[in-house]
Design a protein around this ligand. Structure first.
Ligand SMILES: Nc1nc2c(ncn2[C@@H]2O[C@H](COP(=O)(O)OP(=O)(O)OP(=O)(O)O)[C@@H](O)[C@H]2O)c(=O)[nH]1
Length: 133
């Protein structure tokens, strides 16, 4: 988190198309799973939560996987933290997540943000393509 602005936290959600970035984001914000979303543009969500009796504004950018043909540097510079999502039924999405993580690590020299790797679609375990070690 940027120390000069403790009342706001900005999170970028990254990952290959169709891994469930929008579903996860909306589920976090509304506690509901909604099946289909527009996916050809980055979407910005904003919500105020209470942490330790203080309000905290959470901004989440859901970075579109569909229109992305280059590394989303602007979104990463903007963010205080990144979540890289892959789908456990899509091996390519895991490879994409690894390459995003590597790009991020290069980027972190100028922007030292915390990063979380998140496996989605756990309910589809029977279709798993990404093996557990
Ligand atoms: N079974 C299952 N389906 C999911 C889950 N999360 C998302 N989906 C489905 O996966 C598809 C893609 O979900 P989105 O949230 O649109 O994926 P996205 O990563 O935002 O896709 P882009 O915006 O196109 O990059 C939709 O049909 C969702 O209903 C999950 O946990 N389990």
């Amino acid at each position: 988190m940027k120390t000069e602005d403790l009342s706001k936290v900005r999170i970028a959600v990254l990952g290959k198309v169709n891994v469930g970035k929008s579903a996860l984001t909306v589920r976090y914000l509304t506690r509901r799973f909604i099946g289909e979303y527009r996916s050809n543009a980055d979407l910005l969500y904003r919500q105020t939560v209470t942490i330790n009796n203080s309000p905290l504004e959470v901004e989440i950018i859901d970075v579109s996987g569909e229109t992305r043909d280059s590394f989303p540097s602007d979104q990463i510079c903007w963010a205080d933290g990144c979540i890289i999502v892959y789908s456990l039924i899509d091996k390519e999405s895991f490879d994409y997540a690894v390459s995003t993580l590597q790009n991020l690590q290069r980027h972190r020299a100028v922007n030292n943000v915390p990063v979380m790797l998140l496996a989605n679609k756990l309910d589809l375990e029977h279709l798993r393509q990404v093996r557990q070690k």
